[in-house]
Design a protein around this ligand. Structure first.
Ligand SMILES: Nc1ncnc2c1ncn2[C@@H]1O[C@H](COP(=O)(O)OP(=O)(O)OP(=O)(O)O)[C@@H](O)[C@H]1O
Length: 269
């Protein structure tokens, strides 16, 4: 969970993101100052802060798009500069809305989540298509697979971006205001799905949201840590001392296979 003081000894609570004395400035103006914070496996960390507090800047540092001026960021224990396993991280940046004329289909957008640096010049194989179908199934967007992304509603597009981020089965999912611009019912469904994934899958979450009610409802009212104007709210899926007893590490494909076998049982096969 939160500050670097929290014990991180257990096997299933290894640090996913560690920030030590991290500072960042834009044009000599401090945005992040001396931040010390650690996110452990199975945490759900929600960042709340006013406009301009530095939340997006922080996420961009964590995904390696900005370099801290001072201090160190580690991902899965590896200093950012030496970290190459980007498929372990899914990132849904802010404001994804597509031009309605954008020609890609939903399936193509989800598949593009597999084009890591390694895959860029490789052909997709059958396994890649299977991962794509699994991610679309998990997000309930299979019927939209051949539709153009630009012609979908905001809420449907958000599901597509989430499927794209999930297609590599990431261990850390980073979401920057994922429900901006979508109606309240779709927002609620989206949060419901995110909470389900946190509780049932072996995924660590880091999410920025201005939906304070929703954040408080899931993460509580007391921030685990505060840095400048950013508040860090944290929920862990299970108690630190009983993780050995949980068996929550389902993969996306796992849900699908389980559902398929349940359907087969129901059909009497
Ligand atoms: N490229 C940039 N150059 C200079 N200043 C910037 C740049 N990007 C952001 N800033 C400034 O840095 C501060 C933090 O911006 P950031 O986007 O991280 O805030 P935020 O907390 O994500 O805000 P919001 O809730 O509005 O998305 C703001 O004052 C912003 O104006």
């Amino acid at each position: 969970m939160q500050q670097s003081t929290r014990p991180a000894g257990e096997r299933c609570h290894l640090p996913v993101v560690s920030m030590e004395n991290v500072s960042f400035q834009y044009e000599q103006r401090n945005v992040i100052e001396e931040l010390n914070f650690q996110i452990l496996q199975r945490d759900f960390v929600g960042l709340i802060g006013s406009n301009g507090a530095g939340k997006t800047t922080l996420l961009r540092m964590i995904v390696g798009l900005l370099k801290p001026d001072r201090g160190e960021v580690r991902l899965f224990g590896t200093p950012l500069g030496q970290f190459h396993d980007w498929e372990r991280i899914g990132y849904v940046p802010q404001k994804n809305a597509f031009n309605p004329l954008f020609p890609a289909t939903v399936r193509e957008v989800v598949l593009s989540g597999l084009y890591g640096r390694k895959k860029l010049f490789k052909r997709m194989n059958r396994d890649d298509y299977k991962k794509c179908e699994d991610a679309m199934h998990a997000l309930r967007i299979e019927e939209l697979a051949d539709r153009r992304i630009g012609r979908l509603s905001g809420g449907q597009q958000q599901r597509v971006f989430l499927a794209r981020a999930l297609v590599n089965n990431p261990e850390l999912l980073i979401l920057d205001e994922p429900t901006v611009g979508i109606d309240s019912e779709s927002q609620e469904n989206f949060f419901h799905m995110i909470r389900h994934m946190h509780q049932r899958h072996n995924i660590t979450f880091l999410m920025v949201s201005h939906d304070i009610e929703m954040m408080h409802a899931y993460l509580g009212y007391e921030p685990a840590h505060t840095s400048g104007k950013i508040k860090f709210f944290v929920k862990h899926t299970h108690e630190l001392d009983n993780c050995a007893e949980t068996n929550l590490a389902h993969s996306l494909r796992g849900i699908r296979l389980a559902e398929e076998s349940l359907e087969a049982v129901n059909r009497g096969e």
